[in-house]
Unconditional design. Structure first.
Lengths: 303, 383
């Protein structure tokens, strides 16, 4: 059975909003956005947001949650995603490699059906919402596989329906042109004129220890059950980060690229705070460390 | 009247009142928040958490609905907009709790994230898995448990309510936390709902200031009523200066005036007390008066204010609600507060509105106590 990470980094939009409002920050760019629910929260509260990531499904989901202002999925469109249409030929063998390893045959068939159905949607916004919704289904299945007796058995199509409907509630407008892009941090930063860069940098070993739920969903989106997301990082600044010095250099490179932005907010853990403070101070002398809870520390640097 | 004489530094009673305010604004029955707090506190103790975390869980449970006070829903909002506006309740509640500066440090964040779901479909932040603090998850479970018990009614048992929750395990509730909660309910089915007091004390504060602050928050929901508490206090003192009767305790009645805000759930744009001198909307206003009395009754130290607040919509001629009480039988403090509330609602505070003063004078003997009206008008004339 695949291991699911116990500890998940807390990235909370409401906390960021508090920090931003105290400093009159009205726009933010996050070059390592991950699944951008925090950007969705900020957007809902009137902050202009830009995001970037190397993992494509994050970006696709971002098109639904962050860029998309008004497109929702109608009932018939959700139905057309979650169930196979009669008469259609579906690639039901596409994820056979996972059959009996992570999922049942029926689940693997549904993954193939959804992979095909989701490409027939009208817009990127709809596709993004559907990806984010179906991702919850994958997570549910993995948890259920670990704890078969404690979670209720819900038919795949019903579960998918429920989760797609959940993500659709996140559609909102903030009258700004928000963007997400699949790009390295430097491209994302170059393309943005935000007031603030929010950094929750990838962990030192995150390429090799990436959560199964993230790489499996990227593999599903790409239609390649053998995909490894490690290759995405190979040619980036974080490629050589097996030792701490290389990793610190990589963070320094990101901070150098963020030089023109008035604010940098770097989220870290209490045990790494001192080290990150030293790195940030080398680029921006005015720093302030805010630790609203034992699990969250923000280093806020002004230009 | 010796209203304040019975009130000591009883911050916990103030928290009970605040909890009831949260219940009222979040559409729950009065006492729901404290029931959640009892279950959450007992569960936290069962898990052998440290005293500060237990206290944080308890107080966050008590104040789980308080954020609704700060969330003003647009007058013409669609059902979806109302639902989405509700997503801001938890962070607003966290901000309110943090501003009070009396609770353990983890309390505000436990309120902030108590509606997050294990699978990432909760709100406000869509946190998922173990990034949701255990205190917040505990409150979410306790909240759903108490809600399920209320749904089952008197016939339901804790085990029945638990059965409802188990269906959402792995979806809304974390597996490990639910596992422990099931054991807790099985082990303490008879006592899990009993009243609980955390061992850790709250930081010292003035309980009246806490309540006055929440009253000001409620008044600020409507542009028309922002700053109403201060205005009412001014009017009450104006009247009492004129009456000069030692039976009135000015500080207490002024405070009672502020307390009339506690159940005012109206959003900005609603005009629920413009017709305060007429019978239009009397039932709704009387319901609010009774609810206000019910809210203050939850904190024993504030309970002496309940009869005053319940009688604010009684009419001097006996045709008011809820009790059709007439004349001198109406609580004297309630008669003063009623004039102050009417004067403020009509915009007569500045004593520049001749029409408002005329209407108040006309209501003497029917809606309002003539002696109190005379005192108010005389004070205005003198000014």
């Amino acid at each position: 059975m695949t291991e699911l990470k116990e500890k998940t980094r807390r990235v909370a939009g409401s906390r960021l909003l508090d920090l931003f409002l105290e400093r009159s920050i009205e726009s933010v760019v996050d070059p390592f956005m991950g699944l951008p629910t925090h950007l969705n929260y900020l957007k809902r509260h009137g902050i202009k947001v830009d995001g970037g990531d190397l993992i494509e499904w994050f970006v696709r989901a971002g098109e639904g949650l962050v860029v998309n202002d008004f497109t929702i999925l109608r009932e018939d469109e959700v139905a057309a995603i979650v169930e196979g249409s009669p008469g259609c030929v579906y690639p039901v063998d596409m994820f056979r490699a996972w059959d009996g390893v992570f999922f049942s045959s029926e689940q693997c068939q549904y993954l193939g059906i959804w992979h095909a159905n989701i490409r027939n949607l009208r817009s990127d916004g709809q596709t993004g919402l559907a990806i984010a919704g179906l991702w919850h289904v994958l997570c549910y299945w993995l948890e259920k596989a670990r704890n078969p007796d404690e979670m209720p058995d819900i038919p795949p199509s019903e579960l998918a329906w429920r989760y797609i409907r959940e993500t659709e509630r996140l559609v909102c407008a903030n009258n700004a042109r928000n963007t997400v892009r699949r790009a390295d941090f430097s491209l994302t930063l170059q393309a943005s004129n935000a007031q603030c860069v929010y950094l929750a940098p990838p962990g030192r070993n995150s390429a090799t220890e990436v959560d199964a739920r993230v790489w499996m969903w990227e593999a599903w989106w790409q239609g390649d059950p053998y995909l490894s997301v490690e290759r995405y990082f190979r040619d980036t600044v974080f490629g050589k980060r097996s030792d701490r010095a290389s990793y610190d250099d990589a963070i320094g490179t990101v901070l150098a690229a963020a030089e023109s932005f008035p604010y940098v907010v770097l989220q870290t853990r209490p045990r790494d705070t001192g080290r990150f403070e030293r790195i940030v101070k080398a680029f921006r002398p005015q720093i302030e460390t805010v630790s609203p809870s034992p699990d969250e520390t923000y280093i806020i640097a002004r230009k | 009247m010796t209203l304040f004489a019975t009130i000591g530094s009883q911050t916990r009673d103030a928290v009970r009142v605040l909890s009831a305010v949260g219940d009222r604004f979040s559409g729950r029955s009065i006492g729901f928040g404290m029931r959640v707090a009892n279950v959450a506190g007992r569960f936290a103790e069962y898990r052998e958490l440290d005293p500060e975390t237990i206290a944080a869980t308890f107080y966050a449970g008590a104040l789980n609905g308080i954020g609704a006070v700060r969330v003003v829903i647009p007058y013409d909002a669609s059902p979806r907009a109302v639902e989405i506006a509700g997503w801001d309740d938890p962070p607003a509640g966290a901000a309110i709790a943090a501003a009070m500066q009396i609770f353990p440090a983890a309390t505000a964040d436990a309120i902030r994230w108590h509606r997050e779901a294990f699978d990432g479909t909760g709100f406000p932040d869509q946190l998922r898995w173990n990034s949701i603090p255990q205190t917040a998850m505990t409150i979410n479970i306790a909240r759903a448990f108490v809600a399920a018990l209320e749904t089952h009614g008197e016939s339901g048992s804790p085990r029945d309510a638990l059965f409802t929750l188990v269906e959402a395990t792995g979806g809304v509730y974390s597996l490990s936390c639910m596992r422990e909660f099931r054991t807790f309910v099985e082990a303490e089915a008879d006592t899990c709902l009993a009243a609980y007091e955390p061992r850790q004390h709250l930081r010292d504060c003035d309980p009246h200031a806490l309540i006055a602050r929440i009253c000001a928050e409620i008044d600020a929901r409507q542009t028309r009523t922002a700053g109403r508490g201060d205005r009412l206090e001014r009017i009450v003192r104006t009247i009492l200066d004129r009456v000069g009767d030692p039976q009135y305790e000015a500080d207490a009645i002024a405070f009672a005036g502020r307390l009339t805000a506690l159940a005012r759930t109206g959003n900005d744009g609603s005009a629920d007390d413009v017709f305060t001198l007429t019978r239009l909307g009397l039932e709704a206003r009387a319901e609010r008066a009774v609810a206000t009395a019910q809210i203050v009754s939850t904190g024993p130290a504030f309970a002496p204010f309940a009869p005053i607040l319940a009688a604010v919509e009684e009419w001097y001629d006996g045709s008011g609600l809820p009790g059709h009480v007439a004349g001198a039988a109406i609580d004297p403090a309630a008669r003063v507060v009623a004039v102050a509330v009417a004067a403020d609602a009509l915009g007569a505070d500045s004593l520049t509105s001749a029409d408002a003063l005329r209407r108040i004078a006309a209501a003497a003997g029917t809606r309002l106590d003539p002696a109190v009206v005379d005192a108010y008008l005389a004070a205005g004339t003198k000014a």
